[in-house]
Design a protein around this ligand. Structure first.
Ligand code: BAL
Ligand code: ZN
Length: 859
């Protein structure tokens, strides 16, 4: 195992100014010829030796400046080819054979449903040819793809097509990408695909051909991605002044894909799940995901491709920034308040737990074994929060000046997170020194707040503390912006100072700070508005204060957070046996009724406020964790709320029914609330629930309705569930993405007995260990969102065995799924021991990817 460390970074000895690739695809063997124009790097220490990465390549020949190299003139071992005695400039030609047909790891060049495609980020290019596979080597690429004409009529690569020809039954196309890029942005596709074509006219009047490719049967599922792409292109021009630069923009949908999508220059490759959308087959959440992922990959054209990362420790430079950009885009396209709550919900329920576990790392980590394991929520989501804080600290106008400077100064370069913050600092004149700790310090800060009403006014005292994380025991104070207001008895913000401002941003940059406000009445603090910093906020709210925040606060996040606090407190008491479910539901009822009464203002927001935090999130509050007790408490509260408000759930289930399909935000919000109401109705054991669910299932307007009904039937074991599952499978057997949902609904049904269902699903003829989406739909659902089934002896055993099987095919996916076991150290001793034994058995044969994750979990 080799550990790569940030402190050891050295610039490459040689640069590759240009690459000419020839990829000759034949059944059983693909031959790659590459010609690299090497030049000594003036920014590196003088050396005549250069290292090229190459893995799984069958080397046929190497030639330097036209002279064939014999085996004594280079060293090739452990995936590294080293050449010494290189002149100032040289041309290296290599010829290698590769085997894409048997590439189940899905890195480099591989085959998906008869189509050749690539995934090179982070280190896939080394599986295609010899190359310095590091992001700070940026080259212009000229790529020729050759293949059988009939079977692969479409031959794509980055940039613009510049030549093509035919040779008997074969043909070839040459592509040229004029923008220097690192090899992780290289892409190639050879296949027989359908195309949806459109045109976008950029702000300077250039016409860009937009081409979205998918299998012929999926051509009718590309319209939403196309609309999203055009919206994203326009938005980036308006918001960031970023104009698209090539003549063509292509997206290709691929069924076998490790990630969601990939931003290869001019030729994005997408997991079908993130690009195909049709109301009949895609849920509303799926539509929103397509919109945001299409935008995300498009935005990378500037934040990632034109300006890229110097090394992989800087991954959040492009990912955090680009997630922030896609979040703001989706907020502009939809309801900003709802979007913010959804993003915060995701962060606090998934990234915060990562910070509490063995995989905790800084947004700019110090070291890694396999970089693939660092495509994490911390890099992406926390990274986005750090950019968001800078946006708010500077204000929209200054922030735009800073990003203008960033793009102008570093265009065509590979840079660092510090370079990004430097631009913020330079433009604003603010010292960002302490702020930079957000990049280097791992863990979620806890901000404890107490208030005091004194004769001279109201006081808030803040104390910050970041718990230790693996390898980082000592923590320093961070800069924490706290947007806040003080609400009077009517829920109105009171003036906070002589100028009469009713909202302020307090900057907490020391361990402890107190702020005074000239307020004498009794107030409720509305803190961290808009979730102004990624911290855990502790304040001992009274129940009536939380109810008041939930009812009156104008800030969407604070309303949601108040609801979460109420739910968690109720369930915590149930876990500890301190209360009864009916008492808790009765106490919550008035506040929930207020939300329901106002649901018409924003259905989606109402649904977010009425939804209980997940069982996993509840479990994260209890240590040692007894998942069975947590499951019981969660079920009990849900059932009691189902009973207490059953008249509301019934009327929402019936009255929000639409008669005609609409796909706008309001219609989606209605469906979301309606599905939730139906779920509560079923949880409360209402006799009408099964009838309503079956009716909806029989005649749905769209997949959100159909799947919502199916989920309610299956998760509550209602009569008709078995038949609905059979019917659904029959109806959708040819739609892989819909069948993923069929698998996932069953694997996530709460309760211990689901583990037997999962065992059967893994044996189902439609289950395929080689398709990441299918594997995730069962194993991801089980381990990530079904704690009552997962945390059983059988659950652990099945999980571990499956992990080993996935790992033998696809190490990246195995490692990702293994992260679900990261709560091991929180479990009660009995389960902890069982899970540990199972994981240890897998460790013995684990790939490097899986080993890194398991070793951390088991340490
Ligand atoms: N760069 C990997 C996929 C993404 O974040 O866009
Ligand atoms: Zn990205």
């Amino acid at each position: 195992v080799t550990t790569t460390r940030l402190k050891d970074y050295l610039p490459p000895a040689y640069l590759v100014d240009s690459v000419t690739l020839d990829v000759d695809i034949h059944d059983g063997v693909t031959t790659v010829t590459s010609e690299l124009a090497l030049r000594r790097n003036p920014a590196a220490a003088v050396s005549d030796a250069m290292m090229f990465n190459g893995e799984g390549l069958t080397l046929r020949s190497l030639a330097l400046d036209g002279k064939v190299l014999d085996e004594n003139s280079y060293r090739y071992e452990d995936g590294e080819l080293v050449l010494s005695g290189l002149p100032e400039k040289a041309t290296l030609v290599s010829v290698v054979d590769i085997d894409p047909e048997n590439n189940t790891a899905l890195e480099g060049l591989y085959v998906s449903n008869g189509m050749y495609c690539t995934q090179c980020e982070a280190q896939g290019f080394r599986h295609i040819t010899f190359f310095p596979d590091r992001p700070d080597v940026m080259s212009s690429f000229r790529t020729t793809v050759r293949a059988d004409k009939k079977r692969y009529p479409l031959l794509l690569s980055n940039g613009n097509p510049v030549a093509q020809g035919e040779e008997g039954e074969r043909h070839w196309v040459t592509w040229e990408d004029p923008f220097p890029k690192p090899c992780y942005l290289f892409a190639l596709v050879a296949g027989d695909l359908a195309c949806l074509e459109d045109v976008f006219v950029t702000c300077s009047g250039r016409e860009v051909a937009l081409r979205l490719y998918a299998e012929h049967r999926d051509l009718d599922k590309l319209d939403h991605a196309m609309a999203s792409l055009k919206n994203a292109m326009r938005w980036d021009e308006h918001t960031y002044g970023c104009e698209y630069d090539l003549d063509i923009y292509m997206i290709v949908a691929v069924s076998h894909f490790n990630m969601g999508a990939m931003e290869n220059k001019g030729l994005n490759i997408f997991n079908t799940a993130c690009v195909l959308a049709h109301p009949a087959t895609t849920t509303d959440a799926g539509f929103q995901r397509v919109e945001s992922v299409v935008a995300h990959e498009y935005f990378h054209n500037w934040s990632g491709n034109r300006v890229t990362c110097r090394d992989w420790f800087q991954l959040s430079l492009k990912e955090g920034f680009t997630v922030f950009r896609d979040q703001m885009f989706s907020a502009d396209m939809n309801s900003a308040a709802v979007k913010r709550v959804e993003d915060v919900d995701f962060l606090v329920n998934h990234q915060f737990p990562e910070d509490q576990g063995p995989m905790a790392h800084a947004v700019r980590p110090e070291e890694f074994e396999k970089i693939d394991n660092f495509y994490t929520l911390t890099i992406y989501e926390k990274g986005a929060e750090i950019v968001r804080m800078q946006y708010h600290l500077l204000g929209a106008e200054q922030f735009r000046k800073a990003t203008d400077l960033y793009f102008a100064r570093f265009d065509g370069q590979a840079v660092t997170c510090d370079d990004f913050v430097d631009c913020m600092q330079e433009v604003s004149g603010t010292d960002m020194g302490q702020f930079r700790r957000w990049y280097s310090q791992a863990g979620t800060p806890v901000l404890s707040v107490v208030d005091q009403v004194a004769p001279e006014g109201y006081r808030l005292t803040f104390r910050q503390h970041t718990p230790p994380t693996p390898g980082q025991a000592e923590k320093l104070p961070l800069v924490i912006p706290v947007r806040m207001a003080l609400l009077d008895a009517q829920g109105e913000p009171v003036p906070l100072d002589e100028e009469g401002r009713r909202e302020q941003v307090l900057i907490i940059d020391q361990q402890e700070q107190t702020f005074h406000f000239p307020v004498s009445e009794s107030v409720t603090p509305s803190l961290l508005r808009g979730f102004s910093a990624p911290v855990v906020l502790e304040f001992d709210y009274r129940k009536d204060q939380l109810a008041a925040l939930l009812s009156h606060d104008s800030d969407g996040y604070c309303r949601w957070s108040a609801a979460q606090r109420l739910y968690f407190a109720a369930m915590d008491r149930l876990v500890k046996g301190q209360s009864s479910p009916d008492l808790e539901a009765a106490a919550l009822q008035p506040a929930l009724e207020q939300v329901i009464d106002r649901a018409g203002e924003d259905f989606a927001q109402a649904a977010l406020l009425l939804m209980l935090p997940s069982e996993v999130a509840l479990g994260d509050r209890h240590s040692p964790l007894d998942p069975a007790a947590v499951h019981e408490a969660h079920q009990q509260l849900k059932q009691a709320i189902g009973r207490a408000l059953q008249a509301h759930w019934l009327s929402l289930s019936e009255n929000l029914l639409a008669t005609e399909l609409q796909m706008d935000g309001v219609a989606m919000g209605r469906r979301q609330l309606r599905n939730l109401a139906l779920d509560y109705l079923a949880a409360g054991g209402h006799p009408e629930a099964a009838r309503i669910a079956v009716e909806l299932f029989e005649l749905p307007l769209c997949m959100s309705e159909e799947l919502g009904a199916l989920r309610t039937l299956v998760h509550h074991g209602l009569s008709g569930a078995e038949q609905a599952l059979a019917q659904f499978a029959q109806r959708w057997k040819d739609e892989a993405l819909v069948m993923d949902q069929w698998f996932s609904v069953q694997a996530s049904a709460p309760g211990e007995s689901t583990i037997d269902v999962v065992a059967e699903l893994l044996e189902h003829p439609a289950f395929d260990w080689k398709v990441p989406n299918r594997v995730r739909s069962v194993l991801g659902a089980l381990a990530g969102s079904n704690p009552s089934a997962f945390n059983t002896p059988k659950g652990y055993q099945l999980f571990a065995q499956a992990l080993g099987r996935v790992d033998a095919l696809n190490p990246q996916i195995a490692a990702r799924i293994a992260n679900a076991a990261a709560r091991l150290h929180r479990l009660e001793p009995g389960r902890q021991q069982l899970l540990r034994q199972q994981l240890q058995a897998v460790l013995e044969t684990a790939s490097a990817n899986l080993r890194e994750v398991l070793t951390r979990i088991l340490s």
